[in-house]
Ligand binder design. Structure first.
Ligand SMILES: [Zn+2]
Ligand SMILES: [Zn+2]
Length: 344
């Protein structure tokens, strides 16, 4: 089969690889019907385990299951969590599946991922959620990663009805966060984004009530936030952008006693300047998504309450995935997410 493999130094190539086989009785093999490229793939291919197939965001059809897979059978359409988790360890029992002692972020990172024709998924009973007939593959595609991240970030933010929610970054994860935040009926969602197209889109899609230009000086952004929040700052902040500037912005635009959720991934270490924020009494929550609520979010997709189709910019068959990477990384034509369709 064809698979997109990286060398750990930023080079990627489509290679002929053996079709994956079951290794453990809790494994399943999935035929990938749609996959996509995530910004974290761009980090992984420049550092993680070389010679691994990339990709961790996908849907497909179950081809084969191990003897201990009870909830799924060949032929089932499934969406798949980006995380591998046993479901029974100390962390899994508490919903912290990202920290599973037998898993965590494995697919496309430490083991072969989904930018291929087939993929082996460990702990399939936990990783899968069934895709209902009324939900298309593309409507379910982002469930296991960016939508799971949006869901998790919005939940960590403990959004109160009528409150103000600031989301930094209106890229795919930021927009997905806004979709999930809306379900908590906040009074106002404020997007901070420096790319004018992405900012406009957040507004046009009705995901953000207000938009602040993220390229403005920080003092101006703080002032604009205060103007929108009766002088206080945002009740909750979700930082989904991941730069040094947005890390600082996250705690600066928060009101005293706010919850600040850091769902972004950073290239460099960040510093919490405690003397400068003394007295603001902020709660920080950081992470690594716990992508364990797929059934719940799939039900919202099925009910029409979450629709991520607006994130899809372009489609490429697996044959052309190198071109898809180029367009995605370059934000070509304001590209948000590319969809990889099967080998043509
Ligand atoms: Zn990802
Ligand atoms: Zn576990």
């Amino acid at each position: 089969m064809k698979a997109l493999v990286h060398d750990g130094h930023g080079n990627i190539a489509l290679q002929e690889r053996p079709r994956p086989a079951l290794q453990l009785p809790t494994d399943a093999i999935v035929r990938v019907t749609r996959s996509t490229i995530c910004t974290s793939d761009l980090h992984i291919m420049r550092g993680a385990v070389p010679n691994t197939t990339l990709g961790h965001e996908f849907v497909g059809v179950v081809e084969e299951v191990g003897a201990d897979v009870k909830r799924f059978a060949p032929g089932d359409r499934v969406a798949v969590s980006c995380e591998t988790f046993c479901g029974t360890c100390f962390f899994c029992e508490r919903g912290w599946v990202n920290n599973c002692v037998q898993g965590g972020w494995e697919l496309g990172c430490r083991i072969d991922g989904c930018q291929a024709e087939f993929v082996r998924v460990p702990f399939a009973d936990n990783a899968f959620t069934r895709t209902p007939d009324s939900v298309s593959d593309e409507d379910a595609l982002f469930l296991g990663d960016i939508l799971a991240t949006g869901w998790w970030g919005a939940r960590l933010a403990e959004i109160e009805e009528g409150s103000s929610v600031a989301v930094i970054g209106a890229g795919p994860v930021g927009l997905a966060t806004m979709m999930c935040a809306q379900l908590a009926n906040p009074g106002r969602i404020i997007a901070i984004e420096c790319d004018p197209h992405r900012a406009q889109l957040a507004k046009k899609l009705g995901l953000a009530d207000s938009v602040i230009d993220g390229s403005a000086p920080l003092e101006e952004i703080e002032r604009a936030m205060r103007d929108l929040t009766e002088g206080r700052g945002a009740d909750t902040v979700v930082e989904a952008a991941g730069s040094d500037a947005t890390f600082e912005m996250a705690w600066r635009i928060a009101r005293p006693n706010a919850i600040v959720v850091i769902s972004a991934m950073y290239v460099r270490d960040q510093v919490l300047p405690l003397p400068s924020m003394y007295g603001k009494n902020l709660v920080f929550k950081t992470g690594g998504v716990d992508a364990g609520s797929l059934d719940e979010v799939m039900a919202l997709i099925e009910a029409g309450k979450i629709d991520t189709s607006c994130l899809i910019s372009k489609r490429y068959p697996l044959n052309d995935i190198l071109e898809a990477y180029r367009a995605f990384e370059a934000h070509e034509d304001d590209c948000l997410k590319v969809v990889i369709t099967p080998w043509a």
